[in-house]
Ligand binder design. Sequence first.
Ligand code: 13P
Length: 270
Amino acid sequence: MAKPTGNPARRRLVSGNWKMHHDHLQSIRTVQDLGLRLSAADVASIDVSVHPTFTSLRSVQTVIEDRVIPVALGAQHCSHEDQGAFTGEVAPPMLARLGVSFVIVGHSERRQFFGQTDEVVAATLRAVIRHGMTPIVCVGETEEEREDGETEARLTSQTTAALKGLPAEQVAGLVIAYEPIWAIGTGRTATAEDAESACAHIRGVVGEVAGAEAGQAVRIQYGGSVRPENAAELLGQPDVDGALVGGASLDAATFAAIVQAAGAGVPPGR
Ligand code: 13P
């Protein structure tokens, strides 16, 4: 049994990143199913968010509101601009108007396939905060970087580039997701020790960039092949405050099992 530790002030956050899966009808069914599976007790001491595609956001928002499903609405990406001639992009205020609470920023797939740079990530997370939403800022090393012993250097540079200059109270309120790229969609999960070591390192970097208090307050998720079987152990690590789940979040039963494992590990009174 994993030991539940960590800072009680950091409420766990379990997020489902649906990536480019589920059209709006499948999204409606999935969130309805999730609503039937999650009890109030399951989410009493943790936060949960789902991140459908842009075309499903409105539908999922309506279902969540109508059925009072205890999950927050999230997006997977947005522009760093508020409006303008940016064909194909979606602006942060548009997401805010839809009731979006969390926006994933700088996912490795955006960085890798769409050329998102550290500068754009920094600008985007500021735009998300400006519109009253919470960014989930993703950082993580490649397999090569890990083999070369470059993991910590990579996490330091990505975290610093994203947060430098941001007021400490804003840093304290955001979420960072540690997603080792080699663990995403591969079925290979970081060991609990490696996840803890990377998340603790990120927390230290946040402390250096924005002050120790912000470092202690910021929530850090682990992402990369999280499943019901490994969620409790990963989330039992003191510096792991939640999970960013890809493939296993597409099925309501599987995602609910991860949420339940996360909630069950929270010590009483937390
Ligand atoms: P998987 O859980 O499918 O490995 O995806 C992780 C991820 O990228 C979540 O953002």
